[in-house]
Write a protein that binds this ligand. Structure first.
Ligand SMILES: O=C[C@H](O)COP(=O)(O)O
Length: 250
């Protein structure tokens, strides 16, 4: 199925107010690529100023609590993200699964919380290097997918991000064949579970995507965009990925 590519940046725990100048550069140039959807998932402290200053950009959060409010010190709810101007949020990033011990059920509840607040959700899955070496990559990823995606998921508000943990921030990426195989397996799982709409759910690749490798990664069947970490922090690193998405086959 032909679909628009989504290039989403994830700033992680990086970025002060001054860095919104980079968002300004991105926001001023994305109109050159109307065929690509772009988003920036930034620290919560920057969402309100960024959304106010760049209404043309889809600004997002990087996580949300499954509850809408309550005694959860230090957490942020989906409705708070939306109130600050976010249009989407990442859930289930491997860094949170590992450091905060988030389970598939937690991620599923967070995705539903995002939906309740009218946010889109990027649901992350991905295997560790040990799991890949043990030949378990596909089983792990499909298991995470099954547990992390709510039955209510539709292509209107959910995207998947396949991020091999060992490719994040390392400069290493899987072979094109391995990317094709995993994205194909995810696609099959989505269509089995969600029928024809499963064919329309975007599957992003994440892990060391940059201006040099984006073209070949985004040309792979069922790679419908990218979730970009390090290269999303600077406009001159992020925009070439958007450009590659604009010229990639749909
Ligand atoms: O969410 C983004 C990913 O973790 C990828 O990060 P990276 O592009 O720095 O490897």
């Amino acid at each position: 199925m032909k679909m628009r590519k989504l290039i989403a940046g994830n700033w992680k725990m990086n970025g002060l107010i001054a860095q919104l100048d980079d968002v300004e550069e991105i926001a001023s140039k994305i109109a050159i690529y109307p065929e690509v959807d772009t988003a920036l998932c930034i620290p919560s402290t920057l969402i309100r100023p960024a959304a106010g200053r760049f209404p043309e950009m889809a600004i997002g959060g990087q996580d949300c609590h499954m509850a809408s409010s309550g005694a959860h010190t230090g957490c942020i709810s989906a409705i708070m993200l939306a109130d600050a101007g976010a249009r989407l949020t990442i859930v289930g990033h491997s860094e949170r699964r590992a450091a905060q011990g988030e389970s598939d059920a937690d991620v599923c509840a967070k995705a539903l919380a995002a939906r309740s607040a009218d946010l889109s959700a990027i649901v992350c899955v991905g295997e560790t290097e040990a799991e890949r070496d043990a030949g378990q990559a596909e089983a792990v990823v499909l298991g995470q997918l099954a547990g992390s995606l709510p039955d209510e998921a539709t292509s209107e508000w959910v995207s998947i991000a396949y991020e091999p943990v060992w490719a994040i921030g390392t400069g290493r990426i899987p072979s094109i064949e391995d990317v094709a195989a995993m994205h194909g397996a995810i696609r099959n799982a989505l269509t089995s579970r969600f029928g024809t709409d499963g064919a329309a759910i975007r599957i992003l690749y994440g892990g060391s995507m940059n201006g040099d490798n984006a073209k070949s990664l985004l040309a792979v069947a069922n790679v419908d965009g990218g979730l970009i970490g390090g290269a999303s922090l600077k406009a001159d690193k992020f925009l070439p990925i958007v450009e590659a998405a604009a010229s990639a086959p749909r």
